[in-house]
Design a protein around this ligand. Structure first.
Ligand SMILES: [Zn+2]
Length: 234
């Protein structure tokens, strides 16, 4: 193999590693966002639990107000009953008092039920807070791990770029420019092997005989007739 082609192969190896690290570095922030999204379910569950508790508290207040107004009504009825001199009205007012007392009994039963429900709501909130805290820990760990990985990769990347720069000075400028253009155009492949069947490993098509001979002899730089990859004999 020609020395310059061998050198390009070496450079391509660096370039592919650089490309892979760049892709990983692009992925890391997205993975961190995805980790944060996992908190959303826990946060929503906690918000729902808190709303349920607040609504229940409001229902308790409403029941207490209803009990209060009925107690006031009973006081008025008692007063009217005390003041009346008519038996018929006295009985009627008495019946009303009983009816209002019945309503208060029902409301007090409802209030007790709501208070039990408040206990359940508080327990649900505690559970939801615990789940959220637990998820937060794993998410924080994952984000920190990804940060650490990104740091390591950035160092590797700097080293690779430095070495790549040094190695690239060993290749003639025009040839390097050709290779660079091909590497970008063919998304990570500027130099490719050709086998004894004259098949290019990049485009998988057969090259003409003269191209194959050039790749084999190394008398000149051989480029694939189809995809323009710089060829070397496998
Ligand atoms: Zn090709």
């Amino acid at each position: 193999m020609r020395e310059d082609v061998q050198q390009l192969l070496k450079i391509q190896d660096f370039d592919q590693r650089i490309q892979a690290i760049n892709k990983e570095l692009e992925r890391i922030p997205r993975e961190q966002e995805a980790a944060k999204d996992r908190l959303a379910n826990n946060q929503a569950a906690l918000a729902t639990a808190k709303t349920a508790y607040q609504e229940n508290e409001m229902a308790i207040k409403t029941v207490e107000l209803d009990i209060g107004t009925r107690k006031t009504t009973i006081e008025k009825l008692n007063k009217q009953q005390f003041e009346t001199k008519k038996n018929e009205e006295f009985d009627k007012l008495g019946a009303e008092v009983i009816r209002y007392k019945g309503m208060i009994d029902d409301l007090e039963t409802t209030e007790l039920e709501l208070m039990e429900k408040a206990d359940e709501c508080r327990a649900t909130i505690t559970e939801a807070e615990a789940s959220l805290a637990k998820t937060q820990v794993t998410v924080d760990e994952e984000i920190a791990e990804l940060d650490a990985r990104a740091g390591v990769r950035r160092e590797e990347l700097a080293d690779l770029k430095e070495t790549r720069k040094e190695e690239s000075t060993k290749v003639e400028e025009d040839l390097l420019a050709d290779y660079d253009r091909l590497f970008i155009k063919q998304e990570g492949k500027g130099i490719a092997a050709v086998n004894s069947e004259r098949i290019c490993s990049s485009c998988h098509l057969q090259v003409v005989n003269s191209t194959f001979i050039a790749a084999k002899s190394g008398e000149r730089i051989a480029e694939c007739d189809n995809c323009s990859s710089i060829l070397y004999l496998a």
